[in-house]
Design a binder for this molecule. Structure first.
Ligand code: COA
Length: 196
């Protein structure tokens, strides 16, 4: 990891929802812990079904914030005017061995240092208003800036999660395989190729 990659943060900027509301996209900070816990605790059962975590409160918020000390973690959030978090984007430059092995079984060799990973969760009241698309655009642009070759949808997406599948396919992510996760759900693995 070079110094540029190490120090990189997504640029703070105002983005616009489909209804015209302006919201702020910025890097996650360790001081976001309590706001993250609140965001997670309010997610509906349906959203939790598609965005599986072992905990939807302090524990996950603590884990996310403490992970920021790792320069490979570039997580970012979107917040509304009231400064409530309305979207969480886990964005990482590391490549877990289990992912590398799963993709190798599809015949795809993912290389550490060249593969970024992302996973988005939008608050229920803000879904289908353009936020997920804005975050994916940011992930792709940041991955290009960070000289990555491939963007992986971290852990893939539950096959029946049409909204997520439509969102990533809109950005030309390709389905490269499927597997059954630890919650017995079928998931699609999807990749966006920046350069071969
Ligand atoms: C999946 C998710 C990230 C998508 O973000 P979003 O802000 O809701 O999506 P957007 O408004 O940007 O819409 C993106 C595309 O999804 C599709 N879409 C939007 N709403 C949809 C719906 N209700 N049903 C089917 N497709 C839908 C459209 O193709 C849309 O693009 P378009 O508006 O240009 O036609 C978000 O809904 C979410 O966080 N869901 C719960 C958790 C989750 O599933 N996370 C992803 C795990 S992989």
């Amino acid at each position: 990891m070079n110094t540029y990659q190490k120090n990189y943060k997504v640029q703070k900027r105002i983005v616009t929802r489909k209804n015209g509301e302006k919201v702020l996209l910025r890097s996650m900070e360790t001081s976001d812990k309590s706001k993250l816990a609140e965001f997670l605790s309010k997610l509906s059962d349906k959203t939790r079904y598609f965005y599986q975590l072992d905990d939807y409160g302090d524990k996950s918020a603590e884990h996310l914030c403490s992970s920021l000390s790792n320069p490979e973690k570039k997580h970012f959030i979107i917040e509304n005017n009231a400064k409530d978090i309305i979207a969480l984007v886990k964005f990482s430059l590391d490549l877990p061995e289990k992912d590398r092995v799963r993709f190798a079984a599809y015949g795809i060799e993912l290389k550490p240092g060249e593969t970024s990973r992302c996973g988005t969760c939008v608050a229920d009241a803000y879904q289908s208003s353009g936020i997920g698309s804005i975050t994916l655009e940011q992930v792709i642009n940041s991955s290009i800036e960070l000289n990555q070759s491939i963007v992986m949808l971290s852990g893939g997406t539950v096959t029946e999660n049409k909204k997520a599948v439509n969102t990533v396919q809109k950005f030309s992510f390709e389905i490269v395989g499927k597997y059954i996760d630890s919650y017995a759900q079928e998931r699609l693995d999807m990749l966006y190729i920046i350069k071969e």
